[in-house]
Design a protein around this ligand. Structure first.
Ligand code: GAR
Length: 189
Protein backbone atom coordinates (compact mmCIF):
# COMPACT_ATOMS: atom_id res chain seq x y z
CA UNK A 1 0.00 0.00 0.00
CA UNK A 2 1.42 3.41 -1.02
CA UNK A 3 0.83 6.26 1.40
CA UNK A 4 0.46 9.90 0.44
CA UNK A 5 0.30 12.95 2.69
CA UNK A 6 -1.37 16.13 1.46
CA UNK A 7 -0.51 19.68 2.53
CA UNK A 8 -3.08 22.44 1.95
CA UNK A 9 -3.65 26.01 3.10
CA UNK A 10 -7.10 26.94 1.85
CA UNK A 11 -10.24 25.60 0.31
CA UNK A 12 -8.90 22.13 -0.33
CA UNK A 13 -10.87 21.39 -3.48
CA UNK A 14 -7.81 19.58 -4.87
CA UNK A 15 -7.51 17.60 -1.64
CA UNK A 16 -11.14 16.52 -2.00
CA UNK A 17 -10.60 15.60 -5.64
CA UNK A 18 -7.48 13.56 -4.83
CA UNK A 19 -9.23 11.77 -1.95
CA UNK A 20 -12.12 10.84 -4.25
CA UNK A 21 -9.75 9.66 -6.95
CA UNK A 22 -7.92 7.23 -4.65
CA UNK A 23 -10.90 6.21 -2.54
CA UNK A 24 -11.54 3.01 -4.46
CA UNK A 25 -7.89 2.29 -5.13
CA UNK A 26 -6.62 -0.41 -2.80
CA UNK A 27 -2.98 0.43 -3.62
CA UNK A 28 -2.94 4.09 -2.52
CA UNK A 29 -4.18 5.70 0.68
CA UNK A 30 -4.30 9.32 1.82
CA UNK A 31 -2.67 8.94 5.23
CA UNK A 32 -3.29 12.44 6.50
CA UNK A 33 -3.84 16.04 5.49
CA UNK A 34 -1.71 18.75 7.08
CA UNK A 35 -2.63 22.42 7.12
CA UNK A 36 -1.08 25.63 8.41
CA UNK A 37 -4.49 27.32 8.74
CA UNK A 38 -6.75 26.37 11.63
CA UNK A 39 -9.85 27.83 9.92
CA UNK A 40 -9.12 26.52 6.43
CA UNK A 41 -12.05 25.03 4.58
CA UNK A 42 -9.91 21.99 3.88
CA UNK A 43 -10.42 20.93 7.51
CA UNK A 44 -14.19 20.92 7.05
CA UNK A 45 -13.79 18.89 3.89
CA UNK A 46 -11.55 16.35 5.65
CA UNK A 47 -14.11 16.01 8.39
CA UNK A 48 -16.81 15.25 5.83
CA UNK A 49 -14.52 12.92 3.90
CA UNK A 50 -13.50 11.15 7.10
CA UNK A 51 -9.80 11.80 6.49
CA UNK A 52 -7.26 12.50 9.26
CA UNK A 53 -6.24 16.13 9.33
CA UNK A 54 -3.79 18.05 11.49
CA UNK A 55 -3.11 21.73 11.93
CA UNK A 56 0.35 23.12 12.73
CA UNK A 57 1.46 26.69 13.30
CA UNK A 58 4.49 28.63 12.06
CA UNK A 59 6.63 27.84 15.11
CA UNK A 60 5.95 24.13 14.87
CA UNK A 61 6.74 24.15 11.15
CA UNK A 62 9.90 26.22 11.11
CA UNK A 63 11.33 25.99 14.64
CA UNK A 64 10.59 22.42 15.67
CA UNK A 65 10.73 18.91 14.25
CA UNK A 66 7.03 18.27 14.86
CA UNK A 67 6.00 18.04 11.20
CA UNK A 68 9.20 16.20 10.26
CA UNK A 69 8.56 13.66 13.03
CA UNK A 70 4.94 13.16 11.89
CA UNK A 71 6.17 12.54 8.36
CA UNK A 72 8.93 10.19 9.54
CA UNK A 73 6.29 8.17 11.42
CA UNK A 74 3.97 7.98 8.42
CA UNK A 75 6.81 7.32 5.93
CA UNK A 76 4.84 8.62 2.95
CA UNK A 77 5.71 7.52 -0.57
CA UNK A 78 4.80 11.03 -1.73
CA UNK A 79 4.08 14.36 -0.07
CA UNK A 80 1.66 16.42 -2.14
CA UNK A 81 1.36 20.20 -1.88
CA UNK A 82 -2.22 20.86 -2.98
CA UNK A 83 -2.59 24.59 -2.56
CA UNK A 84 -0.01 24.86 0.24
CA UNK A 85 1.38 28.37 0.48
CA UNK A 86 4.25 28.26 2.94
CA UNK A 87 7.82 27.58 1.86
CA UNK A 88 8.91 24.03 2.67
CA UNK A 89 11.84 24.02 5.17
CA UNK A 90 15.09 22.58 3.85
CA UNK A 91 15.13 19.79 6.42
CA UNK A 92 11.89 18.41 4.98
CA UNK A 93 13.27 18.57 1.45
CA UNK A 94 16.48 16.85 2.57
CA UNK A 95 14.59 14.09 4.38
CA UNK A 96 12.24 13.43 1.46
CA UNK A 97 14.28 13.89 -1.71
CA UNK A 98 12.21 13.57 -4.91
CA UNK A 99 9.17 12.84 -2.79
CA UNK A 100 7.53 16.27 -2.58
CA UNK A 101 5.27 17.38 -5.43
CA UNK A 102 3.62 20.77 -5.91
CA UNK A 103 0.94 22.00 -8.27
CA UNK A 104 1.21 25.55 -9.55
CA UNK A 105 -1.71 27.26 -11.32
CA UNK A 106 0.30 28.58 -14.28
CA UNK A 107 2.85 27.51 -16.85
CA UNK A 108 6.14 27.74 -14.96
CA UNK A 109 8.69 29.24 -15.18
CA UNK A 110 6.29 32.08 -15.98
CA UNK A 111 4.18 33.44 -13.12
CA UNK A 112 6.04 31.63 -10.34
CA UNK A 113 7.90 32.71 -7.23
CA UNK A 114 6.99 34.36 -3.95
CA UNK A 115 3.57 36.04 -3.89
CA UNK A 116 2.47 34.21 -7.04
CA UNK A 117 -0.34 32.03 -5.80
CA UNK A 118 -4.05 31.59 -6.31
CA UNK A 119 -5.90 34.58 -7.75
CA UNK A 120 -2.70 36.70 -7.86
CA UNK A 121 -1.46 34.41 -10.61
CA UNK A 122 -4.70 34.56 -12.62
CA UNK A 123 -4.96 38.36 -12.27
CA UNK A 124 -1.36 38.78 -13.49
CA UNK A 125 -2.14 36.57 -16.49
CA UNK A 126 -5.19 38.72 -17.26
CA UNK A 127 -3.26 41.98 -16.80
CA UNK A 128 -0.64 40.79 -19.27
CA UNK A 129 -3.23 39.72 -21.85
CA UNK A 130 -1.84 36.20 -22.02
CA UNK A 131 -3.54 33.96 -24.58
CA UNK A 132 -2.91 30.78 -22.60
CA UNK A 133 -2.34 29.54 -19.08
CA UNK A 134 -2.31 26.13 -17.45
CA UNK A 135 -0.93 24.01 -14.67
CA UNK A 136 2.53 22.82 -13.70
CA UNK A 137 3.17 19.78 -11.53
CA UNK A 138 6.75 19.74 -10.31
CA UNK A 139 9.12 18.43 -7.67
CA UNK A 140 9.81 20.80 -4.80
CA UNK A 141 13.32 22.06 -4.17
CA UNK A 142 14.74 24.85 -1.97
CA UNK A 143 13.43 27.62 -4.24
CA UNK A 144 9.77 28.47 -4.75
CA UNK A 145 8.38 26.94 -7.95
CA UNK A 146 11.79 25.97 -9.37
CA UNK A 147 11.96 22.18 -8.98
CA UNK A 148 12.02 19.82 -11.98
CA UNK A 149 8.81 19.89 -13.98
CA UNK A 150 6.90 16.60 -14.21
CA UNK A 151 3.87 17.67 -16.23
CA UNK A 152 2.18 20.72 -17.73
CA UNK A 153 -1.24 21.17 -19.35
CA UNK A 154 -2.44 24.28 -21.16
CA UNK A 155 -5.74 26.06 -21.62
CA UNK A 156 -6.55 28.88 -24.04
CA UNK A 157 -7.63 32.25 -22.68
CA UNK A 158 -9.91 34.61 -24.57
CA UNK A 159 -10.38 38.36 -24.21
CA UNK A 160 -13.69 37.77 -22.42
CA UNK A 161 -12.09 35.68 -19.66
CA UNK A 162 -11.57 37.62 -16.44
CA UNK A 163 -9.31 36.34 -13.64
CA UNK A 164 -12.16 34.28 -12.17
CA UNK A 165 -12.86 32.63 -15.52
CA UNK A 166 -9.15 31.87 -15.93
CA UNK A 167 -9.09 30.36 -12.42
CA UNK A 168 -12.01 28.09 -13.34
CA UNK A 169 -10.31 26.86 -16.51
CA UNK A 170 -7.09 26.18 -14.61
CA UNK A 171 -8.97 24.39 -11.81
CA UNK A 172 -10.55 22.03 -14.32
CA UNK A 173 -7.07 21.08 -15.52
CA UNK A 174 -5.97 20.55 -11.92
CA UNK A 175 -8.89 18.23 -11.19
CA UNK A 176 -8.37 16.31 -14.42
CA UNK A 177 -4.62 15.78 -14.22
CA UNK A 178 -3.24 16.11 -10.69
CA UNK A 179 -4.49 12.79 -9.22
CA UNK A 180 -3.57 10.97 -12.42
CA UNK A 181 0.00 12.33 -12.36
CA UNK A 182 0.36 11.53 -8.65
CA UNK A 183 -0.64 7.95 -9.45
CA UNK A 184 1.86 7.79 -12.32
CA UNK A 185 4.71 9.03 -10.12
CA UNK A 186 3.78 6.49 -7.43
CA UNK A 187 3.74 3.68 -9.97
CA UNK A 188 7.15 4.71 -11.34
CA UNK A 189 8.81 4.61 -7.90
C1 GAR B 1 -4.80 25.65 -6.59
O1 GAR B 1 -5.25 26.31 -7.75
C2 GAR B 1 -3.30 25.49 -6.64
O2 GAR B 1 -2.79 25.35 -7.92
C3 GAR B 1 -2.86 26.80 -6.03
O3 GAR B 1 -3.76 27.02 -4.97
C4 GAR B 1 -5.03 26.52 -5.37
C5 GAR B 1 -5.64 25.76 -4.22
O4 GAR B 1 -6.99 25.47 -4.45
N1 GAR B 1 -1.50 26.72 -5.58
C6 GAR B 1 -0.66 27.76 -5.63
O5 GAR B 1 -1.00 28.86 -6.01
C7 GAR B 1 0.75 27.44 -5.15
N2 GAR B 1 1.64 28.51 -5.47
P1 GAR B 1 -7.76 24.43 -3.53
O6 GAR B 1 -7.44 24.79 -2.08
O7 GAR B 1 -9.21 24.61 -3.85
O8 GAR B 1 -7.24 23.06 -3.87
Amino acid sequence: MKRIVLFASGSGSNVENIVHYFRNNSNVTVATVLTNKSNAKVLERCNQLNINALHFNRTAFYDSDLVLDILKTIQPDLIILAGFLWKIPEKLIQNFPKKILNIHPALLPKYGGKGMYGMFVHQAIKDNNEVESGITIHYVNENYDEGAIIYQAKTAISDEDDATAIAKKVQLLEYEHFPRIIEQVLLAQ
